[in-house]
Write a protein that binds this ligand. Structure first.
Ligand code: NAP
Length: 268
């Protein structure tokens, strides 16, 4: 079971994001859970989206509420059906209404993802479809259907990967899908700037989550992956969540169209 490393950390100052509503996709576990907790600690009402692991999502929500934050779970499998995104926002609006909150989206974090390893010799058409649908198509339509709910000061943050910066042929289609997400990030930043909305990406290196337990299942495996980073360890979900929270904050108002490396200086 992955750790989000937040159990011992002190609470952040409340308020930097108070009054804002965030939707974090894939927030039941891993980087998404750490991001949801951090945004909630900063005062946002967080919609904890997940695909099917209800127990993990419930635990994320319970931890946020126990820490004095506001959160609610929202289940939708993305990347399978074009009706999924509009249906997600219908439930989003209804869930907010139940809390007496307006149907407004201030921060969208496109984080949900899967790892499907495969080189040019192994990759299948279905792998390519699944990866592009979840990592590029779903974020695009989450933005399209989220925009009517987003005003000036809105934040769109896409979780990419260092696999777009350095060649990662063992996960070819995954890298290509994240590349598409980064291209979308830059194009949307240009278009949505006039609405006062920033659009950025964050590119983690190897992070200790359920997605890649094989990379840290043994001390040897972890040491091998830690060695890629200038800072000499694997990333933790909080390492990425804190960067997302910065991009979501007012302090990052003058950054848009960028991809921030979140890899501890991997492959420098
Ligand atoms: P994780 O711990 O495996 O969590 C993945 C999350 O995505 C879960 O909440 C899962 O929902 C959700 N999800 C998976 N498939 C989905 C689908 N079809 N529809 C909707 N939601 C779905 O993953 P992670 O390591 O935190 O990864 C988060 C993001 O960071 C991903 O975009 C990943 O590509 C990126 N990233 C990760 C690493 C790394 O080393 N871990 C490195 C670079 C980039 P359930 O909980 O309901 O299953």
């Amino acid at each position: 079971m992955a750790t989000d490393g937040q159990d011992e950390r002190p609470h952040h100052d409340k308020g930097a994001l108070s009054g804002r509503t965030a939707l974090v996709t894939g927030a039941g576990r891993g980087i998404g859970r750490a991001t949801a907790r951090r945004l909630a600690a900063d005062g946002a009402l967080v919609v904890v989206h997940y695909a099917g692991n209800e127990e993990a999502a419930r635990e994320t929500v319970e931890r946020i509420i126990k820490d004095g934050g506001q959160a609610l779970p929202l289940r939708t499998e993305l990347g399978t059906d074009d009706a999924a995104v509009p249906a997600l926002y219908e439930r989003f609006d209804a869930a907010l209404a139940q809390l007496g909150a307006p149907p407004r989206l201030d921060i969208l974090v496109n984080n949900a993802g899967i790892s499907v390893p495969g080189s040019i010799y192994e990759v299948s058409p279905r792998d390519v479809d699944r990866l592009l649908e979840l990592h590029a198509k779903a974020p695009l339509f989450l933005v399209q259907h989220g925009l009517p709910r987003m005003g000036s000061g809105g934040r769109i943050i896409n979780i990419s990967s260092a696999a777009t910066r350095v060649a990662f042929p063992q996960s070819l289609a995954y890298s290509m899908a994240k590349g598409a997400l980064e291209v979308m990030t830059r194009a949307l930043a240009k278009e949505l700037g006039e609405r006062g909305i920033t659009v950025n990406a964050v590119a983690p290196g190897f992070v200790k989550t359920d997605m890649n337990t094989r990379r840290w299942a043994t001390a040897e495996a972890e040491a091998a992956h830690a060695a890629h980073a200038a800072l000499g360890r694997m990333g933790l979900p909080d390492d990425v969540a804190d960067i997302v929270a910065f991009l979501a904050s007012d302090d990052a108002r003058w950054i848009t169209g960028q991809c921030l490396d979140a890899s501890g200086g991997s492959h420098l």
